[in-house]
Write a protein that binds this ligand. Structure first.
Ligand code: SF4
Ligand code: ZN
Length: 419
């Protein structure tokens, strides 16, 4: 194992070698997010005179104020300023938090945005790691990797519950605005898609190819973000992919994309369909926001979001699903995707589209309700949102089928999903 310790002022070893490392439950000193406490990450552009470069503030209790095995809410807010900094670059810096924090030995980071999950291990705390170091890491690495696009960076780390609760809706509003910038663009009229291989350190054969109508499965990188990232770093993880000849318009299969994926996955993946969960779906890595699965008996599909801890009608909880399919291989019948992608027009359109959706957790349905209603209207089923079962109707196919029949769910009269 090659350990490169870069110039990052933390009391633990730091480098890509520690990226995939887990902190087990019994070894946790402090845990934030992961569905147990609110947790958000936000990078925002700010005025030059409002940012003091290198300043890191912890607002609320830090490690020294809590007992081993504690949990705290967390908001990591990074403000960056500089003449070349643009709002379009915010999501790109923000998405780096995941691997940059993971590089610290004994610190685990999963997810992003408002589903981030931090675990700081007892061993790291013994060496002197505190929450302030998260800010130190981001300041040092942002300068090192993105120094060309900004001049100053400061970090505020909130663990004060009331303050975190103020930040959550602020961050969610920003995420929503970013997601919606892509609305109006279509896959048909876009010749160049973008790759993302940021997650290959966790899932070595995983390649996201991001098109306007298929946001990256982490939900944090859409086509515009990949394009901006490529502009900042032309030899980086986001490369333009000329989609080339269309081999299957229904399933979303292009010659140029397949060639790129084969190369970027080092031969492991030869063909992927953008719009199908049934046939050669895209690969999935561990940071997907949701996982969709085929429900043969209901002739449809379900999806489950990371925050939902319960059982689902495909017989697996989210964690089991992620563990099974999150390794970067094509798994027919299952696919990771972003929350936003559910209401994009191309979502599993090769398998029949949103009309196939028969189950999702209630919390997810509430979160995307507005857009789901709009999509239902677009596909001619205005009350689709109320026909989708949740855990209230059941968590097995047997339990939800009578409900689907009662409400006349459109999936039941579609052609067999497994043809
Ligand atoms: Fe990139 Fe995909 Fe990983 Fe998101 S999930 S960071 S789009 S590789
Ligand atoms: Zn990933």
């Amino acid at each position: 194992l090659k350990v490169t310790i870069t110039e990052v002022p933390v009391p633990v070893a730091y480098g890509p070698a520690f990226e995939g490392e887990r902190v087990r439950k019994d070894d946790v000193y402090l845990e934030c997010g992961g569905g147990k406490t609110p947790c958000v990450e936000l990078v925002r552009i700010a005025d030059m005179d409002k940012v003091e470069d290198g300043k890191v503030e912890v607002i609320g209790p830090d490690i020294k104020d809590v007992q081993p095995g504690s949990r705290l809410p967390l908001a990591v807010v990074v403000e960056v300023a500089g003449r070349r900094m643009q709002e379009d670059y915010e999501p790109i810096l923000e998405r780096q938090i995941h691997h940059l924090v993971n590089y610290a030995q004994g610190v685990m980071h999963i997810g992003q945005r408002d589903i981030a999950w931090y675990r700081i291990g007892k061993a790291a705390v013994e060496k002197g790691f505190t929450l302030e170091h998260i800010g130190k890491i981001l300041h040092a690495k942002f300068h090192q990797d993105f120094g060309a696009i900004f001049d100053k960076c400061q970090v505020k780390i909130y663990t004060d519950e009331a303050k975190v609760k103020e930040w959550v809706p602020v961050a969610q509003k920003v995420y929503k605005e970013r997601d919606e910038r892509i609305e109006g663009m279509t896959d048909e009229t876009t010749e160049t898609y973008y790759s993302c291989i940021l997650c290959q350190s966790f899932a070595p054969t995983h390649v996201c190819v991001v098109s306007p109508e298929r946001t990256g499965l982490c939900g944090a990188y859409n086509w515009l973000d990949c394009k901006a990232s490529h502009e900042i770093n032309p030899t980086g993880p986001n490369q333009p992919v000329n989609k080339g000849e269309c081999l299957d318009p229904k399933l979303g299969n292009w010659k140029g994309v397949n060639e790129f994926v084969e190369m970027a996955s080092r031969g492991a993946v030869k063909s992927v369909n953008f719009y199908s969960v049934v046939y050669d779906p895209m690969t999935t890595c561990g940071c997907c926001e949701c996982i969709a699965a085929v429900l043969p008996m209901c002739n449809g599909i379900m999806t489950v979001n990371r925050e939902y801890m319960g059982m689902t009608p495909c017989g697996m909880k989210f964690t089991t699903l992620a563990g099974t399919i999150g390794g970067g291989l094509v798994t027919p019948g299952f696919v990771g995707h972003a929350k936003y992608n559910i209401t994009q027009r191309k979502f599993i359109v090769g398998d029949g589209g949103i009309k196939r959706m028969v189950w999702m957790p209630k919390m997810l349905k509430e979160e995307i309700r507005e857009r789901l209603i709009r999509r239902g209207e677009e596909v001619g089923v205005p009350n689709l949102v109320d026909m989708i079962a949740t855990e209230e109707q059941g968590v097995t196919e047997d339990e939800i089928l009578p409900f689907l029949q009662e409400v006349g769910h459109p999936a039941l009269s579609m052609e067999p999903i497994l043809g």
